[in-house]
Design a protein around this ligand. Structure first.
Ligand code: ZN
Length: 295
């Protein structure tokens, strides 16, 4: 499922490939009735025709494409949505839900197995993204900002990390990774973290996301030995990322912790799960550091 690193990778790819191009035609598959939000499909497709792509941005897991005349095309990939860039005469992909022809003879294609992906065409992008929490890769994302997001929340810290109103962009995978790097058990009540733990968690979030970004995202099918396909995250060229090879917690149930060798465990967390190392991420928090004892 695409999270911040996968959406940011897409934004960077699109910035290099399609800024300056004009959309000459748009089509949405009739079997994707929930793809276009807040307007009829015909209004969406006719509104895109003739528009020039000016800027590509991202907010949380939303892709923000600025068109000319102050119109914005917003996209959320949800469970399985991928955007790929192909010559217009390339064969259609399985699960093709929408196509956008560009003035250089290429096409952007939205391929989405699960059909949860959503798009908007709006002159007010804030109406869609205003309630998102802080961006964790911004310089302004300090331990104090994270502490404010966790304060007064009795929910498990992992659940709060995945709450887009608390922090934007983290999902199941990068939340597990961040908590492992920080040595924090996923079920700890968010408000119970010490100042030191919040600082470690802030660093763990940044580390997990930056690593995902450096590896062009996580494509989980690859780590199960399955053929990577458009069911998984792929980049604009249709190829998978490689971050699945470097994960420390997510998807590693029963495999040895990369730090201590203990078997990674998986527990239920509402209708999701959490992967963690029982030794590095003990339920009661880590024992006090030697530095603290020396005081
Ligand atoms: Zn461990």
């Amino acid at each position: 499922m695409p999270e911040l690193p996968e959406v940011e990778t897409l934004a960077r790819d699109l910035r290099a490939a399609v800024v300056g191009r004009t959309i000459t035609d748009a089509w949405v598959a009739p079997d994707a009735p929930r793809l276009v939000q807040a307007m009829p499909v015909e209004t969406f497709t006719s509104g895109l025709r003739g528009r020039r792509i000016e800027e590509i941005g991202r907010r949380g897991k939303y892709l923000l494409i600025k068109l000319d005349r102050d119109l914005w095309w917003l996209l959320h990939r949800r469970m399985s949505g991928n955007v790929i860039h192909r010559p217009a005469d390339a064969p259609d992909e399985r699960y093709l839900r929408a196509r956008f022809r560009l003035d250089d003879g290429s096409e952007l294609r939205f391929v989405d197995l699960r059909k949860f992906g959503t798009m908007w065409l709006t002159d007010d992008p804030q109406a869609v993204v205003a309630k998102l929490g802080p961006e964790p890769l911004d310089e302004a994302f300090t331990a104090e900002v994270l502490a404010a997001a966790l304060a007064k929340r009795s929910a498990p810290v992992k659940a709060v990390l995945m709450d887009q109103h608390a922090i934007a962009g983290l999902g199941n995978l990068y939340a597990d990774e961040a908590l492992h790097y920080a040595g924090i058990h996923p079920l700890r009540p968010a408000q119970s973290l010490s100042t030191e733990e919040v600082a470690r968690l802030r660093d763990g979030i940044v580390r997990a996301l930056e690593q995902g970004l450096a590896n062009l995202g996580s494509s989980m099918g690859g780590s199960d030995g399955e053929e990577v396909s458009l069911r998984d995250h792929v980049n604009l060229n249709g190829e998978p990322g490689s971050n699945q090879e470097y994960l420390v917690a997510y998807g590693r149930e029963g495999r040895p912790c990369r730090s201590c060798g203990a078997a990674i465990e998986r527990l239920k967390l509402s209708n999701r799960s959490a992967h963690f190392c029982p030794r590095c991420q003990p339920a009661g928090g880590r024992a006090k550091r030697k530095r603290a004892k020396a005081k």
